[in-house]
Each structure stands twice: as structure tokens, then as C-alpha cells.
Design a protein around this ligand. Sequence first.
Ligand code: MIG
Length: 671
Amino acid sequence: MICRLQYGDPILTEAVVQEIPVTNLVPAYLHIKGEKNDVIQYHMQKDDIVYGLGEANRGINKRGYSYVSCCTDCDCHTEDKLSLYGAHNFILVKGEKTFGLFVDTSECVRFDIGDSDFDELIITVNCGDYNLYVIEETELLDIVKEFRKLIGQSYIAPKWAFGYQQSRWGYRSEDDLRDVVNGYEKEDFPLEAVYMDIDYMERYKDFTLNMETFPEFSDFVKEMQEKEIHLVPIIDAGVKVEKDYPVYEEGVEKEYFCKNEYGENFAAGVWPGKCHFPDFLNPEARAWFGDWYRVLIDQGIDAFWNDMNEPALFYTDERIEKAFEYMDSLKGKDLGVDLVFEMRNVMNQLANNVEDYKRIFHKVGDKLVSHNHVHNLYGYNMTRAAREAFDKNYPDKEILLFSRASYIGAHRYGGVWTGDNCSWWSHLLLNIKMMPSLNMCGFLYSGADIGGFNSNVTEDLMIRWLQFGIFTPLFRNHSALGTRNQELYLFKDKDTIRNILQLRYSLIPYLYSEYCKAIRENDMLFKPLSFVYTDDKHCEQVEDELLLGESILLAPVYEQNAKGRYVYLPEDMLCVKYRGLDDMEQIEYIKGHHYIEVALNELIFFVRPGHLLPMAGKANRVSQIDYNKLNVIGYKAEGVEYQMCTGWERKNGLSEPRMECYTLNGLKTRK
Ligand code: MIG
């Protein structure tokens, strides 16, 4: 059951696709407080658990900290960070009362989940303008499904996008990319896509190509297509201010850029230097910007990632001017410790400054609205701009798209990656914990930068991260300029790496099917154990194991030098200890706690009783996966069938899954 309450005068976010009438009957257990009704309070019981918040920091159980929904270019996800790139205002409370809350607002929201007071959940909505959806069902998963129905079907990524993808900030030319592809080919490693980070552009100008380093782009795209390699260019939110650059000229002429307080086009520095920012909240500006992707699509490109769309602002002239004034005022003074610290602070606040955000104005309907009130909708609408144009211009083409910043609603238009993590073991664990909450909010095609973006990866971390990453839909190795290179062919233990990659391809029939079913049924692909084993109290405490689809339980190793790990099994299961497609052990474990040895060259996962796991043979491209030769692993699964989805039919922008049915003996029966 869903009930909708409304306070203040919320700006339409279009996160929701179902029309639910406003009732304003506040459930007895919730308290709406504050002069502006801007505070939602719930008194938590000692053992209450709070799930949700999508792309957010810390645990699967969010209790005991605060989270601020405010899309932030956060380049160091330490435990104390309150905001990451996504703003996903959906939480689930499980306890004496079990319910879901979606705080639908364009404003930033603070979720104090037992941080100030362990017993209180206090949600504060900036300005008090919001819709509140309260969802009540007995089971957590049913609440998620209700919520997902409310926000509409998740984006369907092309099947090839389940292959392995290689990225790095620093590939500069066609030859750099060729080298990467050759590196993978030489080692007989699978590879599906290579990424083009900002250096492919002419001085970081969107929809341009550096003609020196990419002189024959369409030929190059064709050459890659012949190898079945997809190229994935980045698109940044900011448009360079430069005379005769058509994107700039058109945007200015048609008034499609955000304004400042004087009605001029707002300018801030990002990679290209001074930029204007398309007003993605204006449908015409959206259509215009989305159309520009054609420049690349018409040269054969069928995949994009949208970056810097919080939007990230490195600086503005105004902020720098203020900083100079401030420095001048200090000059010649005898500075004490306090002033020196203040000075450092001022300098550290040049980027992404709230005062600058307040100076950006959007056209929302016929009103001008300060960015401050719609900040969280910006990246979302950039993704939407691209998708709406793809659907209009190429209704029958599958195009991969994912974004850094997002709000709920963006899940209908594309996926997300989780931004600039580090090559830290703790970030592998964060990746594991984030997957189910992203899924709760509709973001199914998602993943982290495998191996870590910032700082230097070590071989063992890369291997352990791959051993988890093979299960995430977006399976992309990405790293920052200046860090140690982490293309997989550069590591020593090539056999182990090849075997892990082969397992990914072998599992694609399963992963892709489960992904499609999750889309169709508004289900989660990754679930915490407690969502399925609802009567098993211990499952509520397990944060380092996940259920993946109907058949698999994951228990990845995420600690350095660990030669195994403790695993809790809520029922008897079959452990697959994998060393290679021809070297797999199957060991039965009974329900309960176990210590299982997992050497660096091994990985384990579990098959649940009563379910089947189809596995394919070797393939280096998704297209090479042979669905006629599947090996099916089953555990206590006599007579059980498996629903396989082999693809989607696209017609006039609508998609229908192709479903087939498999039984334990591997015989395919069409349904
Ligand atoms: O300020 O394009 O998160 O994936 O490699 C950094 C360069 C800009 C941030 C993205 C990252 C990308 C990088 N970008």
C-alpha cells in the first residue's frame, strides 16, 4: 500500500510514473515536525534496521550515521563522507514497523539515521518542499517492488555491455586504444569495450574529436567493430565557452544554458576551461543537447558515459575574486594559527562552492529557479537528455549509457557507476555493500571502478576485486591519470586473471537473465540475505555476503592476505570452488557458519538448493557465448526449470524480453 503526503510547494521531479492522490493522512508512527513541516521523525526500536539510500556510503544497514542526499563530486570516499554522486532518497525501515519512505524532492535531504541519537530517525528536507511516499507491506522485498513500480521500469542495457570493459583516464590516441586491445588479444583475455576519457576530444570540447590523435575516427570505429570492440566516449556536462564552437554558439543563441543572477550565461571552470552549463531541466535544451550525441553515433558509436554532471565546478571567477580580496585583506598582517587555518579553508573551497550553485538559474516551466533547489535533478536530466534523443533518433538501436550523478528517475534512462573510488580494500567492500541498495532504487546496470580509480592497485587487490566484479552488471576496470597502470595483461598471474574473466563470460547467460527478470519484475538483482531469509535473524547481520539472482549466494574475499573467509549459510548449499572452467570443485555445506579456504587463484560462490545455474563454455566476446552448450549446475533441484532470457526485441522504442526455459539435464524447451 502506498500513501502520498505533500508539504510545501515541491518542484516536479518526475521520479514517479504512477499518479497517487495526496491524502496527507500521517501514519501514527511518523511525526512531521518543524515550522515548515520539513522534519520527518521516526522513533526507532533498539533492533530496527534501516536499508536503502542507493549510492551511499558505509553499511547495508545504514543505522548509526548521517547521509546527505546532495550529488557531490567526492573524490575520496572515506567513511566520514556524507554525500556521494547520487541522491537516492528511498529508505526501508525493518523492525516492529516495517515500511518504506521515498522523500521525493528536488531539494537536498539529510537522513540522520541514529547518528545524533541512536533511537531517532530524523529526515530533514531543505525548505520543506516535498512529496513523501509511505509504502507498507509485510515483506521488505514487496516494499521494494511497490516502490519500483511507482518509479517505473529500469533501463535495459545491451547484452554486450555485460562483457569485460577496459578504461583509463590517460588513453590519448587511436594507437593507445589499439595497444590495449592488442594486449587483451595477446593474452587471450576477453574484452568487449575500451573507453575514451576526456583526452579524445579537442581540448575537452564535447562532441569534438582531437584530429591529431583520432585522424580517421569512423575508420577506427569500424576497425574496432570488426574485432567486436565497442568504443565508449565520455561526455562532460560543461560546454566550453569558445567562439565558433557550434555547441557553444547554438546554446548561446537558443538560450539553452543556465543563467547567473544577472541573466547572463553562468560560467565556471571545468576541464575545458570556462564553461556554460546546458539547462537540462528545460525540455528544449534537453532535446538539443541530446541531439548532439548524433555526431558520434553517426560515426558508429553505441555507448556513452556522462561525467561531471553534479555538476562539478572547479572554480568561478567570482569565487577566485573573493579569495583574492580575502588574501589581500590578510596581507601584511601578523597571522596567527587561526587565520592561517581559515586561509587554507578559503582556498580549499574554490570548487563546488554552495555560493556558486546558488548563482546558477534554471528554467523550470516558465519560472527561473535557483540551482540550489534543483541541484539533485541535474545529472539525472543529462542522462535523460541523451536517452530521449536516442529513443527519438534511433528507436531501434541499443545504446549503452550510464552516468555519474543521478536521482531516482534516472534509472529509467541509464545506469550509474559509483565514481572515483580508490584502490583500497575498504572500497572493494564498499562496492559489495552498495550493490543491493542501488538495486532497491532501480539502478540495476551499475558497478564500481574495478581495481580502484585513485591510488595504486596491487595485483592481489585487483584479483580479489575482479572475483567480485565478475558478478556486477557493469564490469569495468577504470583508473586515474597518474596512478599505476592496471590493464589486466600487465599483471603477473595471467592464468588466474584469464580464468576469472572466463567465469564472467560463462555466467553471462545467468547474469543477463537474472538482470532481465529483475527489470521485468521490479526485483533486485543483488539482495541482502535478510531480504530472502526473512525468518533467520542472523542474516540481518551479514553484510559481506549477497544473493545474486535466484540461484547464487556470493561470499567474496575482500581482505588483503586472507587465505579464506568465514561464511554464514542460511540453508544447505553447494559451494563451487572455481579455479578455471575445467577446474571446479563442488562441495556441499550444511546450513551454519563455516571457515572456507579460498586461495588467491580461487573464488567461491554458492548454489542455492532448488535452483539451477547455467554455465557456458569459453568465450572472448558476448556474441561467442554458445547457448547450445550449457552446463547446468543444480543442487537438490530435480525437475526444476530455469527461465533464461537471451535478449530483448526492440520495436519502436519498446522492449520485450526473449524468454526460454531450461531444465536440469540441459535440454532446452521453448516456452
Ligand atoms: O575530474 O575524465 O569520475 O571517471 O576518469 C576528473 C576524467 C574527471 C572524473 C570521473 C573519472 C574520469 C575523470 N573525471
